[in-house]
Design a protein around this ligand. Structure first.
Ligand SMILES: Cc1cc2nc3c(=O)[nH]c(=O)nc-3n(C[C@H](O)[C@H](O)[C@H](O)COP(=O)(O)O)c2cc1C
Length: 321
């Protein structure tokens, strides 16, 4: 075990390793951790590779929020409390997002602590079983708005066609689709693509962007999946400011763990949020109050198949020497 890892107390090592299972866009896992001499952990986002995919850093701050919440829940499982102090310092390509200190806590454990490991993105089809009322209430309490599936599907179709015709979108995907042994990025097994879908994706990568008719064909998959989902949720943030995005990322993580703990699955379909042409239409659909902004969109339902397993970087790779 490298010295950087052995320098971390064993209990903290378990918490940090569990936090590394947090979800991130493209499974880029852009978080890096510096162990300070006073025992606190600095959380950094290094956007050197990641920037082209996320010019406004919106996904980055959301992912950092998801990481912090995963850390807090994992700490609670070990009867520790994560005291998190926001920093939001920028130094070149480095964003110092927050500091976390793991301190002794009482016996009270986060109700999601034992369910954390069940969270995974599930891209299979879902049955039409409606969501139980308790789950709907929990999601609403976390700031998710359930929206009419057919209307969302129409907007997603437009976003998908625009995306597949866009060189940057295709090249981002090309960058982050990796072979099965890669510790980061998305693999074919994880994405659950059929052979012909995989070949089509490789063809898109070769072409760089798709002509309109092919882009329409490519968009079909997300639309089909959305069309049969019993629910689509949009997570709202108070604004696009870093602190609001990190807070939204924390709620997003709780929403996703809660869905999985109820035996349901979720699948983010971010294109309609990521594209400036369609984001206002999603905002209008939610009827959100002025200033509030949609930051994540995902379908929810009872999955017909297991979630694909995603890879992770090791703690040694996440620690800044
Ligand atoms: C902000 C954010 C946006 C995401 N957008 C998408 C998406 O558009 N499509 C998709 O299939 N997965 C999306 N994901 C899921 C990630 O690909 C997934 O979290 C990552 O590959 C790790 O897999 P896991 O969630 O199963 O642990 C998104 C995740 C986050 C945090």
């Amino acid at each position: 075990m490298p010295d950087t890892v052995t320098a971390v107390p064993a209990l903290h090592r378990a918490v940090l390793t569990a936090a590394l299972r947090a979800p991130s866009a493209h499974n880029a896992q852009p978080w890096r951790i510096r162990v300070r001499e006073d025992g606190a952990y600095e959380l950094h986002y290094d956007h050197h590779d990641y920037l082209p995919a996320d010019p406004d850093d919106r996904d980055a701050y959301l992912c950092m929020g998801a990481f912090l919440e995963t850390l807090a829940i994992a700490a609670s499982r070990e009867h520790l409390r994560a005291e998190i102090t926001p920093v939001f310092g920028r130094d070149g390509a480095d964003l110092h997002v927050a500091d976390a200190r793991l301190v002794e806590a009482g016996d009270e454990v986060d109700p999601l602590a034992l369910r954390l490991v069940e969270r995974a993105t599930n891209r299979s089809t879902y049955t039409d079983e409606p969501l139980p009322t308790g789950l709907v209430d929990a999601l609403t309490g976390l700031g998710c708005m359930l929206t009419p599936t057919e209307q969302v599907a129409r907007i997603v179709r437009r976003a998908a066609v625009l995306s597949w015709r866009d060189r940057r979108f295709v090249s981002d995907l090309d960058t982050w689709v990796r072979d099965e042994s890669s510790p980061d990025g998305m693999t074919r097994g994880q994405l659950g693509l059929a052979g012909y879908e995989w070949l089509a994706l490789r063809a898109a990568f070769r072409l760089g962007r798709l002509p309109a008719p092919l882009a329409t064909v490519f968009s079909g998959r997300d639309i089909r999946l959305l069309g049969v989902a019993p629910a689509v949720a949009v997570l709202m943030a108070d604004s696009d400011r870093p602190e609001d995005l990190v807070a939204a990322g924390r709620r997003l993580l709780r929403a996703w763990v809660t869905i999985c703990a109820n035996g349901f699955g979720y699948h983010p379909i971010s294109i309609a949020i990521d594209r400036p042409e369609t984001r206002p239409a999603i905002a209008a659909l939610t009827g959100a109050k002025a200033g509030a902004t949609p930051v994540a969109l995902f379908r929810i339902g009872r999955p017909t198949g297991p979630a694909g397993r995603s890879n992770r970087i090791s703690l040694a790779s996440a620690l800044i020497p």
